[in-house]
Design a protein around this ligand. Sequence first.
Ligand code: ZN
Ligand code: FE
Length: 259
Amino acid sequence: MNTHHPLIIEPIPAFKDNYIWALRRDTQLAIVDPGDAAPVFAYMQQRELTLTAILTTHHHADHVGGVAQLLAQHSVPVFGPKNEPIQVLTHAVSEGDELEIPQLDVRFRVIDVPGHTRAHIAYYGAGALFCGDTLFACGCGRLFEGTPAQMRTSLTKLRDLPDDTLVYCAHEYTLSNISFARMIDPNNAALIERERRDTGLRAANRPTLPSTLGEEKRTNPFLRWETPEIIQAAQQHLGAPAGSPDQVFAAIRDWKNRA
Ligand code: ZN
Ligand code: FE
């Protein structure tokens, strides 16, 4: 085991704003959500890496579209959600399953996070969370196949992970998410600081990810349905009292869709 080499996690940009996450130790590589094969091939060739595993979070093409082409060159296990239409999986997994990538000496626990799609999963291990299109930096995914209550339950599971968890989402949506968050939560000092820092990162063409779960809990309105400011914003959008956390969450998700 190459444990004297550190585990490196870095983004491979794809399409307009996707990140395919690369996990490598020494010459061994695993990737998360390869929507496109070409940038992964280029990344591997430049660094002389060997592909050992592919992880997918949900069935959307910008997350799985490159898998078949990668598999044609490299016969590796492909993990992904049970109960989603993904033809290329070798290992269909769901909540409670653990997967090991021995070449990288890492293990991940699978968490079911339905909402964006009906069986979306997240992977948690090595202090890192790969959450696809469920939790975004300062935002969350759209509800294409699930209800607000399902999504809020999913986000609650992620929110319960340790504050120092590094959050690796699949899109660079941070600045537009922050501007919505600033509109509904204008006096949040941590959010103001986050906007300043992340605006600087993007101006330098650097990723805003990973974030930490602790920072998401302080700044992401889609994890803050219990805070008075977010409840008040939800009520403003509804023009009526929001009686439950699900109503608060649904209201701000709806507001963001229209913003
Ligand atoms: Zn998606
Ligand atoms: Fe996506």
